[in-house]
Design a binder for this molecule. Structure first.
Ligand SMILES: [Zn+2]
Length: 430
């Protein structure tokens, strides 16, 4: 055994910089009065009596909490992932599938089944006053800084596999992102990949995208990123349909959907995405766990991730390759997992992954219930780490994450979930 490619079919490469830039952009659009609120009256929402910018402060804190290796660069995160995989399986080579994130619209209006994105009727952009913007951002950063200082949690460093990240490093990044000037002059900030594309730019999203594309350019064959599509981001679907994301040397290899951010997979604009992906053999991964970001199974948009919402889409586009990520995790009843398993059995191109299963105790019920002789799941289940979101649980290191899978699956089974199945999901031949 050995000497083949193993895939991490579900992980993330994002950093604290991305998070800070995106929250800053969010603040900009709120002040500019172009953020698509459900109830677009700023005074009643964020600036209400419950404290200034409470939602944004919470968002920044929550995002910080899920990003445990936030202080390194994207390249360092990639190296760390490759090194850890190498330690677990020294004879093989590795490829990783980082899923891009788009959190920008999580405070916006939700997009329901059969709905079109809303036009911002009656909203007039107000030129953002730099001083007001800077003051509001300072207020948010002050809150964030004291939060960071009050945390005793040790962040894991991706550098050299050791050492904890010092609070100082976090504070340095906060300092670097302090000025609002870059956000005010976003159009002229020299964005690379995103610059020529016609979708709505926010600083974090474009930064995140550029960093991934840089790595694809310089680390050919090591990573196969998926582009994050939120149907509420103006122009993003037209850009996707133009093919620009999937052509050229630095390109994406699939689409990431996160309905939990507030959209039903059956909303109107996504149909064109499914058709495009089906026609062009582009795989889709979508978040199918009851937990996730933001934390908690009672989050108001958890329901959008229900795998049943995707059944009509699978029926309409039977050739579409789709990964129901997390196999419906954080659900004690295993109802979502049952649905995923049923959809795999009844259809040809449905896959699932076990990312963020951080203990053998979490893996065992899946094995007992679904991993049986001749089960079709054996040809559809994929391994994923969910790096570095899995660190959030505080229960696991990369080393024992791999060890748990080794303790649960035989070597032949590991080959299925780490090699054979991801290859067929990705449509990669060698
Ligand atoms: Zn994930």
């Amino acid at each position: 055994m050995g000497n083949y490619y193993r895939y991490d079919a579900h992980c993330h490469i994002f950093t604290l910089k991305y998070v800070m830039k995106e929250v800053k952009s969010l603040l900009h659009d709120i002040l500019n009065r172009t953020y698509p609120w459900k109830e677009p009256k700023v005074e009643k929402g964020l600036l209400g009596s419950t404290g200034k910018w409470k939602d944004l402060k919470n968002l920044l804190r929550q995002l910080y909490e899920i990003i445990r290796s936030s202080c390194g660069s994207e390249g360092e995160n990639l190296d760390f992932l490759l090194d850890e995989a190498k330690k677990a399986f020294p004879n093989d080579s590795y490829r990783i599938i980082p899923l891009m994130m788009d959190v920008f619209y999580m405070l916006a209006y939700p997009l329901d089944k059969d709905e079109e994105p809303q036009m911002l009727k009656g909203i007039k952009a107000a030129l953002v006053d730099e001083k007001e913007f800077q003051e509001a951002w300072n207020d948010i950063l002050e809150d964030f800084t004291s939060y960071v200082q009050s945390q005793n949690t040790t962040l894991r460093s991706t550098k050299g596999g050791g050492g904890d990240v010092k609070i100082d490093q976090v504070l340095k990044i906060i300092e670097q992102e302090k000025s609002v000037k870059g956000t005010l002059t976003l159009k002229a900030s020299g964005l690379k990949s995103a610059d020529t594309l016609g979708f709505y730019h926010t600083e974090g999203y474009c930064y995140h995208m550029d960093k991934l594309m840089e790595l694809v350019g310089t680390r050919s064959g090591q990573l196969y990123p998926f582009v994050a599509i939120d149907p509420r981001r103006p122009g993003i679907i037209d850009t996707l349909l133009s093919g620009s994301f999937f052509n050229g040397d630095a390109r994406f290899y699939g689409v990431k959907l996160y309905p939990r951010m507030g959209y039903d997979p059956q909303c109107k604009p996504l149909d064109a995405v499914y058709k495009y992906c089906s026609d062009n053999s582009i795989p889709i991964t979508y978040h199918c766990g009851m937990g996730g970001f933001p934390p908690g199974t009672d989050w108001k948009y958890t329901k959008y991730g229900n795998p049943e919402n995707f059944e009509p889409i699978i029926k309409k586009y039977p050739k579409l390759r789709i990964d129901f990520a997390h196999m419906g995790s954080t659900d004690d009843t295993y109802k979502w997992a049952e649905t995923v398993n049923r959809l795999i059995n009844e259809n040809d191109n449905v896959y699932t992954d076990l990312s963020c299963y951080v203990s053998t105790k979490e893996l065992d019920p899946i094995m007992k219930r679904f991993w049986k002789d001749k089960a079709k799941l054996k040809t559809r289940l994929m391994f994923g780490t969910d790096f570095d979101v899995m660190y959030f649980t505080g229960k696991v290191t990369m080393e024992n994450y791999y060890n748990n899978f080794k303790a649960t699956f035989t070597e032949d089974e590991l080959k299925m979930i780490m090699h054979d199945n991801p290859m067929s999901f990705m449509g990669i031949k060698d």
